[in-house]
Design a protein around this ligand. Sequence first.
Ligand SMILES: [Zn+2]
Length: 201
Amino acid sequence: MELLLPRRCAGCGAPGEVLCARCRTELAAPPHRVSPRVEPGVPVWALGPYSETRRSVILAMKERGDRTVRRWVGAVLAAAVATLTARGEVGEHPVLVPAPTAARSARLRGGDPVADACRATGLPTAAVLVHARGVRDSVGLSPAARRANLAGRVRLRGPVPAGELVLVDDVVTTGATLAAACAKLTVAGAHVRGALAFAAA
Ligand SMILES: [Zn+2]
């Protein structure tokens, strides 16, 4: 299809490249710490605000089979991890764990876009988290019960990877998903060093 249709910038829609020079400049920001409302208990880094450009790139990533944008986001994530390693905030050779996805929506999109972007970084990637069904609301629970409830929101579908893990998501909003993922992995004995999001809402 790319041969037949002219490409448009995934960030702003301008005809031409996958991402125009202006959008590349806007998106080339180093990771910074953010504080979501639900703290996952590990540092959370984001690459920028959930701007119109980032929102468009995330939507383009989710379009069925848009490997080009996913590869590009992979390169951005790889640069972000390299920056975190250089700063000493993440160790050498971390394993990336994509945030849990709903299996059905991933199938509709031709594979989980976040997992695809993680694989495109060239770093080891372990897509071991999926959403669990039938989870109750955390409101009114004690911190311990809340943590257990959060961990119940996600399911492990494979062995917990060894080494240092970095959770990856496209956008962090309340932080509840990352907190759930982190709780699940930690309970299973994993070492989660932090979480990295392409955008923070
Ligand atoms: Zn653009």
